[in-house]
Design a protein around this ligand. Sequence first.
Ligand code: NAD
Length: 330
Amino acid sequence: MKTNKIINIAVIGVGHLGNHHAKHYSQMESSKLIGVFDINETRCNEIAKKYNTKAFQSLDSLLEEADAVSVATPTVYHKEVSETCIKKGTHVFIEKPITKTVKEADELLALAKKHKTIVQVGHIERLNPAILPLNEFDMNPKFIEVQRLAPYMSRGTDVPVVLDLMIHDIDLVLAFVKSSVKYIHASGVSIMTDSVDMANARIRFENGTVASITSSRVAKDRVRKIKIFQQDLYITIDFLIGLTEIYRVMDDNQTDPAAIMSAPLESNGKHRQIFYEKPEIKKQDALRKELENFVESIRGNTKPIVDGQAGRNALDVAIQIHDKILEDLH
Ligand code: NAD
């Protein structure tokens, strides 16, 4: 049922990311930030004061007032916290990864179905403005190459790099490739921590598509690039600078001056020609967009772009990759 009701939202866990969730909810017209809760009382009071909202003393008291929440605690607590919310009929936006294990995710999704609550997951790259021009294309990739490298920071290192960084790209690849995983080859190394800090995975899908994903949290410079190859189309995106470049191959019987490359005339009387496009990227805050998508989904005006099932599927592949890496190491 559609409604224009202002949604009463609270944020649970107001560390680095939860702070931004609180900021956006406090600014959005469709939502009212009714408060925050954090087990760190000092931090809870600080963020409540910053956004002129209430610092709840307990999760239970927050759930008495909230229609919906963002769960931005460390991943190990996502299941426990989200479960408490869903049981009260509260819609949940869970930061990525959805949970620590697939079993936990499945239990949450079953509970959400029972209580008819929305579960959305913070795979923010789906709302990256550089990816939006791809909506115009009939995507049927044959090969995808992704690189995500970041300088070392202690934040996020409570989970291996596959669950911290690579899962963003796994979600993107699964969104592009409409096929199930056939097999995975993966390897990785520990550099700064005792867990895997650098990983490469090669995923082969049932439809023949191959994705190669490299992620590292021990790099000198940040890199976030994706290259997508399919019949008559090559797309390259640099997420950091917001540059999307599209190379389309088309046949014509005349050499088009707009083509950047024209192959010799073929027996069918046509030239294979390559056309280059650089779509204008409209700047937008991806977090703001995904939180707006959450609120509008609650209001019945749309559906979550990344629902609980998509979050669960990305986690499933991430864990399979991590397990392969551990097998390879031992
Ligand atoms: P953080 O450590 O900065 O903040 C976590 C906060 O949660 C802390 O203030 C902590 O006191 C609080 N907390 C811990 N347990 C709690 C509980 N049971 N109830 C209430 N509060 C609790 O962590 P962060 O970097 O903000 O990461 C939070 C989540 O966001 C993680 O799941 C992480 O993977 C995810 N994340 C997503 C992105 C993204 O790009 N979408 C980026 C960074 C982090």
